[in-house]
Structure formats: C-alpha cells, structure tokens
Design a protein around this ligand. Structure first.
Ligand code: HEC
Length: 155
C-alpha cells in the first residue's frame, strides 16, 4: 500500500517537474549597442571591468551567462525575476539611457551597496562563490565611482 502511494507521489512529482519545463522562461539576452554601454560612456578601468564581469554583469547587463541549471524550472523562474529586476534598476549595457543625475546616483549606490555587502545578491554567491567581493574589490569600486562622479560633475 505504502509503496503504491509512494510510487504515485513520485509519478506526480516527476510529471509536474517535466510539465513546468514548458512554461517559458521570460528573460533572455538582448542585442547590445556597444556605443550605449558603460564602457563606452565612462572610463572603466581594466580592474573595475574585471570585478563587474565576475560579480555583477549576470544581473546588470543584457549579456547574462545562462549555465544549464539556470534553464531548469523552477530555478529559471527565480533567476528570471532577479535578472529582470536587476537590469531594471541598473543596466550597464544601456548606460546611455541614464541622465547625469541618474548616473551620479547609480555610481554612488554601487559603492554604498557593495560596502554594505548587499551586492552581489547572497543567493547568487551561494552558487558563484568566486563573485564575492574582497575589501580590496570594494575599495577599487568605490575609488572608481568617486573618480567618475567627479568627472561627471566637471562636465
Ligand atoms: C543575482 C543577481 C544580481 C547580481 C549578481 C548583482 N545584483 Fe545588483 N541588483 C539585483 C537586483 C534584483 C536589484 C534590485 C533589487 C534590490 O535593490 O535588491 C539590484 C540592485 C542593485 C543596485 C541598486 C540600483 C539602484 O536602483 O540604485 C545597485 C547599485 C547594484 N545592484 C549593484 C550591483 C553590483 C555593483 C553588483 C556586483 C558587485 C551587483 N549589483 C550584482 C541583482 C543582482
């Protein structure tokens, strides 16, 4: 009896798992106009570029890397929300869409948020341990944001 119930539970769970794979993932990468990226608009040093690429770009650009597990529901749904929301708040691929005031605010927030340890998102670090920022990384980011905010002000 118990074996029969367990068998049916397993069949239902497996069917649901297979079934949800057909619910489309709603976030994809979009073409990037290189002239609109943060690299085209600000002076992004190689050090800063490396930190952003390692720890931020998956959620804050239109060029997210999608490893296999990120394509499997329900993980894909969770990631889709994070990526959509992350791009919504800050998109390095379309930096040209921000006016001077927004750029200043975003640069300031990059420093503030990483200093607090709030970015990258903790759930991301769980899988991407190498994305964790060292104090040195945070200092590199903050020195850079400060320099770029100064340059924006003088423009
Ligand atoms: C797993 C996805 C993910 C990663 C990786 C990630 N972020 Fe975010 N980020 C988000 C989401 C989602 C939000 C919006 C919700 C929130 O503020 O928590 C956000 C918001 C932000 C904001 C606030 C933007 C505003 O509205 O002012 C900043 C700044 C930021 N992230 C910087 C970074 C930096 C810098 C890194 C890399 C060190 C990073 N993030 C890595 C998902 C991510």
């Amino acid at each position: 009896m118990i074996r029969k119930i367990l068998k049916w539970v397993a069949i239902v769970v497996a069917s649901v798992f297979v079934g949800i794979q057909f619910v489309p993932k709603s976030v994809t990468n979009a073409a990037v106009d290189e002239s609109r990226t943060i690299n085209a608009r600000l002076r992004v040093t190689p050090e800063v570029n490396a930190i952003l690429a390692r720890s931020c770009n998956d959620c804050h650009t239109q060029q997210t890397r999608f490893p296999w597990y990120s394509l499997v529901a329900p993980v894909s749904w969770m990631l889709a929300d994070h990526i959509r929301e992350g791009r919504d708040h800050l998109n390095f691929s379309d930096w040209a869409s921000y006016d001077a005031e927004e750029q200043d605010m975003l640069l300031q927030n990059i420093c503030r948020i990483t200093r607090r340890g709030a970015m990258p998102m903790p759930s991301y670090l769980y899988i991407h341990g190498d994305a964790r920022l060292s104090q040195e990384d945070v200092k590199t980011l903050c020195d850079w944001t400060q320099a770029e905010r100064g340059r924006l002000e003088r423009k």
